[in-house]
Design a protein around this ligand. Structure first.
Ligand code: 4NP
Length: 162
């Protein structure tokens, strides 16, 4: 990862539903743009309950419907070193954002953003936690992450002149 010019970390609570979906969708955008040698991508959770596990079956099923295989992703907790390592730290909701802000050294705090700020056309602040809900929640997460991934890559290309 240190060899990449721009490093992006997606963060949710468990790192089994929203942030792995964001990771997989953003990776697809970056691969399609042939920028995978320049942009490093990872995801993590503010909690460690699911560390080491693959993404939730429902999130994997939603992604598979659209041809994306997330089965090799494994959950991990946010590490203290992440704040220095990643240029963009993207929180899925306000609770994740607050957790990151409290734990992040002040000099890196401007790296933390709500992921939805990059989702053009969606007037929402959060990617809602789908864990205790139905299938609709996972479809919504997928749509939001897809739009935000496109917007984020546009932003990075523009800012870094890729
Ligand atoms: P995520 O969803 O934060 O999108 O990965 C959740 C996964 C697990 C739990 C909560 C949210 N949990 O309470 O175990």
């Amino acid at each position: 990862m240190p060899d990449r010019e721009v490093r992006v970390l997606f963060v949710c609570l468990g790192n089994i539903c929203r942030s792995p979906t964001a990771e997989a969708l953003f990776r697809r955008e970056v691969d399609t743009a042939k920028l995978s040698a320049r942009i490093g991508i990872d995801s993590a959770g503010t909690g460690a309950w699911h560390a080491g596990e693959p993404p939730d079956k429902r999130a994997q099923a939603e992604a598979r419907k659209r041809g994306i295989d997330m089965s090799s992703i494994r959950a991990r907790k946010v590490r203290a070193s992440d704040y220095a390592e990643f240029d963009y730290i993207l929180a899925m909701d306000n609770e994740n954002h607050a957790h990151l802000t409290v734990n992040c050294p002040a000099k890196y705090r401007d790296r933390i953003h709500l992921f939805t700020v990059f989702a053009d056309g969606f007037d929402v602040e959060e990617v809602p936690d789908p864990y205790y809900g139905g299938e609709d929640g996972f479809a919504n997460v997928f749509q939001l992450c897809e739009a935000a991934s496109r917007g984020l890559l546009d932003h990075i290309r523009d800012k870094h002149r890729f």
